[in-house]
Design a protein around this ligand. Structure first.
Ligand code: G6P
Length: 634
């Protein structure tokens, strides 16, 4: 149990971005171990992959390519059976598009040092300028290439120091988050690893060592592992074993060896029972990754190249049309509220499948925003092609880098939520809301609808949101898990909300429907009296989303109407709420925030509710019947 908790905890530490790392030294074929290990880490990113292998009296052998691990395997088969040490990487692009050049490993200028990296070096620009002044050149757009050259720089500057010391010097200069593995061609038996923010496990076999972002690549070879702690680095060689030190002080650390008790499948899910639960819990991190580098509160700006470069065009648009399907369409509805409120540009939200078949009026004065997690949804793709033909400017919001929709758009923003494997979308949805918030606030600021003071207040609140999402996860998880038991046998559910939380109600209902197969409907709370009220009796659970800032008084009246008809009320309210809570059968509290951001917080317990009801009903949560993650047919 302890071990399970440890692995669980490792995965809860905010990982700064995805990417998978595998390293090996021992008696086995390093190529096989690394390629198979990378396949298990593809859930962490799969837009490009690379491998580097080494042995005495030979220079590095490496291959890297845009694409998946299978693409890498196809171009590197000739390495099979020839090496006993090496490392590999599967990438989820952050700095620089997925390409052969941006793929890892990256080599230093003298080609002697190779590095793979998971994370973001925040001060890479400053270091790059310093290195460029000293004559270093760079092939890629990555922050990683800067770090590998910084190591070379320290080795050149201090010929007396050894390779691990140079790595340590370099790591002391960088800010940000990383898990790295480094090799030096002149030291062919050594792997140097370091960690800050991103996870790294070292597998301890007999006469062999493994390195990986999680234990899945080596679980069949050894049950003993050391999880590298924050701010630690290790030098690993068959000759001297594993030498762990602090990065700042070079202080020697006695490793705590853990016994792996988990099955391979569980480890791939990071200790969670399902990908969906893992992804629900990843939301503080996925929102953080989505906002990183864009929301710069201290500078009082939102940086979004896609919007900035097309600001005039967007601000002069007669209207914005948002096109999407499923959960992404719900995000689009919230986007409509956001953009109309802050940017005062008229917005229409369309189901892609309806839009394309109704001969829509589109002109070259229109801006179309396409929202798609997968970037492959056929209906959305076809609707975009139509809009493009008619001359509209297309802006994409996609999660999957380099996906088809991302490619046909004129500009766009990736959500950086990381791979979403559970079919029911969770973290991709809240990441879409984060991007739409940024777009609305940026446009509002630039076209003068938002005063500087309002803008600062809102971006500060947005910046605090990830802590609040974390709080919601911690404070509601057990409560929702327990209450879900009471709804296992119900036939129908109603979800009600107003304003920004009307789409939240739609999304809550969709989540439950998708994975538990209970019929659920979302409605604007005030519309209840025009129909759904006829369904309410003591058997009908009704979820009411009622934060303080969202037409609260009106919601109170709706709750009274439900109460009078004996409906079972599940109230999502702000902490300390009295009025709605006193009438509710179940109360879920979440922290206060601006109304426009409340869907992000309210969605989290609704995801948990759908998840646990489905689990108790014995449903296949990650792969619900009849659904697919990416619907590439009409
Ligand atoms: C499928 C998925 C949904 C998703 C929808 C749109 O129906 O099951 O979870 O919301 O497609 O997908 P997209 O990738 O375009 O966001």
């Amino acid at each position: 149990m302890l071990i399970i908790l440890n692995i669980f905890a490792t995965n809860l530490i905010p990982i700064k971005n995805m990417c998978g790392i595998v390293g090996y030294t021992g008696f086995q074929d390093a190529y096989e171990v690394i390629i198979n290990g990378l396949r298990r880490l593809e859930y962490r990113g799969y837009d490009s992959a690379g491998i580097v292998l080494d042995k005495e009296h030979s220079s590095f052998q490496f291959a890297k390519t845009k694409g998946k691990v299978d693409d890498l395997a196809a171009i590197s088969e000739n390495f099979k059976g020839k090496f006993n040490i090496g490392m590999g990487h599967t990438r989820w692009a952050t700095h620089g598009v997925p390409s052969n050049t941006n793929a890892h490993p990256h080599l230093s200028n003298n080609k002697k040092i190779a590095l793979i990296h998971n994370g973001i070096i925040e001060n890479y620009d400053t270091i790059k300028t310093m290195l460029a002044e000293k004559g270093y050149t760079f092939q890629s757009e990555t922050d990683t290439e800067v770090l590998v050259n910084l190591i070379e720089y320290f080795m050149n500057k201090n010929p007396e120091i050894d390779f691990p010391t140079a790595v340590r010097y370099a790591l002391n200069e960088v800010h940000g988050a990383y898990a790295i593995t480094v090799m030096h061609d002149d030291f062919p038996g050594i792997l140097v690893v370091g960690r800050l923010g991103s996870p790294l496990a070292i597998g301890l076999g007999e006469n062999e060592y493994f390195i990986a972002s999680d234990a899945s690549p080596f679980v069949e070879f050894t049950k003993e592992a050391v999880y590298l702690e924050e701010g630690h680095m290790a030098t690993i060689s068959l000759e001297k074993g594993v030498d762990i030190r602090t990065i700042t002080e070079n202080e020697k650390i006695i490793p705590e060896i853990q016994e792996l008790k988990l099955s391979l499948e569980q480890i791939e899910k990071g200790g969670y029972e399902h990908f969906m639960l893992k992804e629900i819990f990843e939301q503080p991190k996925s929102i953080q990754d989505t906002l990183r580098g864009r929301l710069l509160v201290n500078e009082g700006i939102i940086k979004m190249a896609g919007i900035w470069d097309n600001l005039e065009k967007i601000n002069q648009a007669k209207r914005i049309i948002i096109i999407a399907c499923g959960t992404s369409w719900h995000a689009g509805l919230i986007g409509e509220y956001l953009i109309e409120e802050f940017a005062r540009i008229p917005v229409e939200v369309e189901y892609a499948s309806e839009f394309r078949y109704r001969n829509p009026i589109i002109t070259d004065k229109d801006i179309v925003i396409a929202i798609s997690q997968s970037g492959e949804t056929a209906d959305t793709m076809a609707a975009l092609k139509l809009a493009k033909e008619k001359g509209a400017f297309i802006y994409g919001i996609c999660n999957v880098v380099d996906s088809s929709i991302a490619r046909i758009t004129d500009a766009g923003s990736y959500t950086h939520a990381g791979p979403e494997i559970g079919v029911a979308s969770t973290k991709a949805f809240t990441a879409q809301l984060a991007i739409l918030s940024l777009i609305a606030l940026k446009l509002g600021k630039h076209n003068g609808n938002l005063s500087n003071q309002e803008f600062m207040k809102l971006i500060t609140e947005l910046d605090h949101l990830l802590q609040k999402v974390e709080q919601v996860l911690q404070s509601t998880h057990e409560i929702v898990k327990e209450m879900a038991k009471d709804f296992v046998d119900v036939q129908n559910f109603l979800y009600l909300g107003r304003g920004y939380n009307f789409p939240t109600a739609l999304e809550g209902a969709l989540k439950l429907k998708e994975i538990s197969y209970i019929h659920a409907e979302g409605y604007p709370a005030a519309e209840m009296k025009h129909g759904p009220i006829a369904l309410i009796d003591e058997n009908m659970p009704i979820v009411i989303i009622a934060p303080k800032q969202g037409h609260y008084d009106k919601i109170v009246s709706n709750v009274q109407e439900i109460k009078a008809r004996k409906g079972k009320i599940i109230a999502l309210v702000n902490k300390g709420d009295v009025q709605v809570s006193s009438m509710a059968d179940y109360v879920i509290e979440f922290p206060e925030t601006s109304e426009c951001f409340s869907p992000i917080l309210a969605s989290v317990p609704l995801q948990l509710l759908a998840y646990y009801v489905a689990v108790y009903r014995g449903a296949n949560v990650d792969q619900p019947r009849n659904l697919a993650k990416s619907v590439t047919v009409e």
